[in-house]
Structures are given as C-alpha cells and as structure tokens.
Design a protein around this ligand. Structure first.
Ligand code: ATP
Ligand code: MG
Length: 599
C-alpha cells in the first residue's frame, strides 16, 4: 500500500479524550477513531491488526477441533427469559441493549451467546454420539458498559471470540477446558504478549472453576495476586490467602467503654491503643433480590480486613432460595438516608455490635425481618476482642464468642486477600500484586444453562440428562490494544511482528529524487511479491515527518532509500531498538524474510 493513497492522518498532540498510552497512540497513529461513547471505528491499519489477531485465534481454535460459525446478534427476549437472565441483563446490571421491533416484540443485542447456543443444542443434539461438540464465533458484541473507557479496552461495541462446548460428562468438559487453556496460551504467545493465567471468580454459577488470561500492564483494570514462586495466581476478586496472625488482645475482662469519635477502625485503635487485629468490625450491607426482597446483611470480620464484595455477593446468591429469589440485583453499604427506608430508628453506624436486634428492621413484606449475620473466618478465632457498643460513642472490649455474643451460624470467606499475605499453597510464600488486562476467560459452566433451558441428550444408558457445558471468550479488540499497552516507547507503537499491520515501511526521503524513488518502487514490488507486507511512504513530505510517522505507527522495519544508495545499499532500521544498518539492495528481501522468521 502507498501512503499517498491511504487515509493516513496522524496527530502530533495527545488527544484529550484518551488517558492511557495505548489509547492515545492508537488515535494519534490513525488506527481508531471515536464515533461515540465506547464506540470506535477500526480504520484500515487497525483492521489489518485485528484480522491478524483473528487469524491466530482461528488457527488455534481450529487446531483443537472447534468449529467456527456465526450466531445472530439480534436475540429474542424469550430466550433470555427462559434462562432467567432477561431482567438481570436489561435492568439489574443493565448491560444489554434492549429494543422493541415494530411488532412490539422485545429483542436484545447480544452481549454474549449462551442462550442462543443452548437453544441450538437443545434442538439439534439428541444423543451422546454427537458429543463432545465445540462451536465458536468471532463477532461484534454489544454491552452498555457503565463506564466505557480506554478506547477498545472497554467499549460498548467490541469484537469477541466466544466458544461454547457441549459434553456428556464433567470429564470430557475438563479435557476441552485443558485444551482451551493450552490454545489460549498459544494465542497470546503467538501475539507476542506477556501474560499470566489466573484463577478467576466464576460468579455464583459454581462449576469447577474458571481461569482468566491477564496481559500484564500498569493500565490494567484488574489486580492479580500471585506468589513469588508462580505456583499461585488469582484475580483479587477470587484470591484466597492466609492472613497475618492476630496480636493477642490486651483486654482480659469484658467491659463497655466510652470511645467518643472512634467511628473508624483507625481512630478506635488509636483511642484504645490496640491493634486492628483485635477488633471484630460489623459492616452493614443492604441486598436486594430479584423478587424485590431487601435483606440486611451484617458482615463481621477482623478489623484489619476488608470485605471482598464479589465473594459476599456470591454467598448471597447461594442463599437466594432462603429469600425466595434467584439472584441479587444490588448490594450496597446503606448510608443514613437509605437506612430510613427500613430502619425503625437510625442505626449506630460505626458502633454496631454483632447482636444488633432484629427489631431494628421495620415490618414490611418486602423486608426480610431478620439480619443475615455472616462471620468471616478471620473473626471467628478472635479472643477477648473489641467490637461495637450498640450505641454511638461506645465500644466493648474483652468480648468472646459464646459468652457475650453468639457466633453466627454462617462462617464464610468474604475477605480480600492482600499483598504480603501468606499463600495457601505454601505459607513461606507471600503474595505480590500486578495489574492486568483481562483478555480471555475460560469457564466450566456445567449444567446451568442446559438445565433451565431443557437442553438434554440421551446417554449411553438411554436416560435423558442435561448437557454439560463450557464457554470460552477472547476479547479480540481488547487484546489488540493490550499489545500496544505492553509495547511502546516515547516515539510510538512497537507492534509485535505477528500482529503488525505491515512488516516493513519504505520511507523515501525525497520523492523528487528519481534514484530514491526507483529503488523504493523496486523494493516495494519485490518485498510484497515475497510475501512481506510492505508500505511505501511516497508522500510529498519532509524526511523527518516520514520517519516520525513510521515510528508512531510502529511498523517493525523501516527501509530508507537515502544517501547509502551511492554504495548500492539502503538503510534498515529496527523499530523496537532503533538499531540501524546498511544492507545491499539485492540482499534486502532475503534478509528481512530471515528476520521475520527469527525475530
Ligand atoms: P470485564 O470484567 O473486563 O468486564 P467480562 O468478565 O465482562 O470482562 P467476559 O464476559 O468474560 O468479560 O467476556 C470475554 C472477554 O471479552 C473478556 O475477557 C474481555 O477480553 C472481553 N471484553 C469484555 N467486555 C469488554 C468490553 N466492554 N470491551 C472490550 N472487550 C471486552
Ligand atoms: Mg464485563
């Protein structure tokens, strides 16, 4: 391609709309253009990158025996009502764009395709002889993200590879899951990315687990905790650990003390001269289930620990049946104003005790009459602890479970693991953290969708049983931008060779010089014929502008047909290192071919 004929517009200044380097660079270098919030046009250079990523994804998927297909983006609401996700996706999370057609039928724009694929499986898979089966597609997804940002990283319209597998049993699912684990590692390695596979939260679906593939970069929205020996790695949402030991309590007798102004753990520790590990803190949450029932939750944990709201939410979904619901629509820490809706009288925030009376909750059929009391493992072991005094300005010290307070029935792990905690696989290993960009997620779904949607098959014994499922996603457009986030310098993008839009750019310093143009044209034809994707910068611009642009767009090798022509050579510059050398014109094609093979 000739730059003179391309829609090639680069910007010298950082665009105001962009915060992170990869977003700035992709806009400056003319790869993408913002059309609306979370909506981007992929311009020709970007489309070439995306096509390469797609190709790698397709090759690795096909190698596992998965088959490509294309499912509809317009999805009838009935399918989502069958799975029970319509309300959650259109209202609670509100992530799905929903619309009505002119016949007043409701439709959603596909944010994901479990419902569609399960319908197909229900209709078409009858017998164990048809299993296992794995279908995937690469397609534009729609999600009405609350905070679209960082360009392609979190768009409202983006490209995803999503695959769904069907199995006769868990064992077969595990095998495909392993194959996917390998295929995903292969994809990311081939795309030239540094990544880490981490244990991920599977929501309340359960199943035997899920794993995320994180591209490591400071701009990543996810936090990964990992042990120094690399044996343990998990998303913070999911991570478990051994917390620091509690310090022995100095309070040997139970008494109520006045603690004015000590409504935070920090102030309380200062006032009582104690350690946060000697405190049981009681965090109040308000959960609303999908049937409209509000449940007040008292989460008790050690003073130095924080609630992991993902774990808490999962626990609440597990308990949904007790409240006549299926899922949790919202989970918040209620402020004084929100409490007015359900509290008989204002609660002593900051001073609540584990035994706060259920009489505090107003009588209302949409309000569960009792607090749901959950205690974290860290709080269970405490002796002679400090906790709220049930009235503003008071705490109790020297308290014990089974004496002053009844230990709640439900002991759960709902704390955030943190840096410095000991690892569960080996207590000599301490957890460290890194930021990551989630580019892939593989998931053992089990029978969640097949059960509710009635997707069954007849097994070898002649019994009809639900299909066992797995699902596997790659954010193709996010991955492409993540590659830039991991590889750039002050001059611009440095594409990994495998996904660079072109491999070579020939910059002609002066197009009025016939010899410069002749050699450039000759090399341009020759390289393209050899299969080396080559751009020709034949614009009527100053050499400096061309070199800057070549660096900005990040093409792995730049050839300059300049002064060295006098000795029958051209200058070749490697983008990543800026290393330059002069090579005889006739050796160029073979040499670059060699480099591309062994970069
Ligand atoms: P996140 O937690 O980042 O919102 P997710 O858990 O919702 O991601 P999945 O539903 O597992 O994501 O989707 C599969 C993949 O699609 C993700 O691993 C990610 O790479 C990509 N993806 C998800 N949401 C977006 C988005 N809004 N923009 C771009 N890519 C996305
Ligand atoms: Mg999401």
């Amino acid at each position: 391609m000739r730059l003179s004929q391309m829609l090639f517009v680069t910007l010298r200044e950082d665009p105001a709309e962009a915060e992170i380097p990869s977003h700035k660079l992709l806009i400056r270098a003319g790869y993408i253009r913002r059309i609306g919030s979370g909506i981007y046009a992929y311009l020709p250079l970007m489309w070439r990158v995306l096509t390469k990523v797609r190709q790698i994804v397709q090759e690795e998927m096909n190698a596992t025996g998965a088959q490509e297909c294309l499912l509809p983006q317009l999805q009838p609401a009935e399918l989502w009502r069958e799975s029970g996700r319509w309300d959650t996706y259109t209202q609670a999370e509100g992530i799905m764009f929903a619309l009505k057609d002119r016949q007043e039928r409701e439709l959603g724009l596909g944010p994901t395709h479990e419902e569609v694929i399960t319908t197909i499986a229900r209709d078409m898979i009858r017998s164990y002889r048809q299993l296992p089966l794995h279908l995937y597609q690469i397609q534009t997804k729609f999600r009405d993200e609350i905070r679209p940002r960082f360009g392609l990283m979190r768009g409202r319209e983006f490209i995803m590879k999503d695959g769904y597998s069907f199995h006769a049993d868990e064992e077969s699912l595990k095998k495909t899951y392993q194959d996917m684990n390998q295929a995903y590692s292969n994809m990311l390695t081939r795309c030239g990315l540094a990544f880490r596979a981490v244990e991920a939260d599977s929501g309340a679906i359960g199943g035997s687990g899920s794993q995320e593939f994180m591209v490591l970069a400071d701009a990543g929205e996810d936090l990964v905790l990992y042990s120094e020996d690399g044996q343990y790695a998990a998303n913070l949402e999911k991570a478990v650990s051994i917390p620091a030991d509690a310090e022995p309590s100095p309070f040997t007798t139970y008494e109520k003390r006045e603690t004015p102004g000590a409504e935070t753990i920090e102030k309380l520790c200062q006032f009582l001269k104690c350690s946060p590990t000697q405190i049981v803190k009681n965090v109040l949450y308000q959960a609303v289930y999908d049937n409209g029932m509000t449940v007040l939750v008292l989460a008790m944990l050690r003073g130095d620990q924080e609630v992991n709201e993902v774990k808490l939410q999962n626990e609440l979904v597990r308990l949904a049946e007790n409240y006549g619901g299926k899922t949790v629509l919202s989970l918040i820490v209620p402020d004084a104003e929100t409490q007015q809706k359900w509290a008989v009288e204002p609660l002593p925030l900051g001073y609540i005790a584990p035994d706060i009376s259920d009489d505090r909750i107003r009588c209302d059929k949409q309000l569960h009459p009792k607090f749901l009391r959950l205690v974290d493992k860290t709080a269970v072991e405490l002796k002679n602890f400090v906790t709220g005094g049930q009235e503003p300005g008071y705490h109790v010290v020297g308290a014990n479970w089974g004496e002053q307070f009844q230990l709640p029935e439900r002991v759960v792990d709902m704390r955030k693991a943190k840096v410095g905690d000991r690892s569960i696989h080996n207590s000599n290993q301490h957890l460290q953290s890194a930021r990551g960009i989630e580019v892939g997620h593989i998931f053992q779904l089990g029978t969640k969708y097949s059960k509710v949607m009635g997707a069954t098959y007849t097994n070898e014994q002649g019994t009809e049983v639900p299909l066992v499922m797995g699902c596997y996603g790659v954010g193709v457009s996010r991955l492409a931008q993540a590659a830039v986030e991991q590889s750039y310098d002050k001059d611009g993008i440095i594409w990994p060779i495998a996904i660079a839009p072109y491999q070579v750019i020939i910059s002609v310093p002066n197009i009025a010089d016939t010899q410069q143009m002749q050699v450039a044209e000759k090399l341009y034809t020759e390289l393209n014929q050899t299969g080396i994707e080559t751009l020709l910068d034949d614009r009527n611009e100053r050499a400096g502008v061309k070199f800057k642009d070549a660096d900005l767009i990040g093409i792995p090798y730049r050839i300059v047909t300049g002064r060295s022509l006098q000795t029958g050579k051209v200058e070749v510059i490697e983008r990543a290192t800026h290393k330059s050398q002069e090579l005889p014109i006739e050796e160029i094609a073979a040499t670059i071919k060699q480099w591309l093979r062994n970069p």
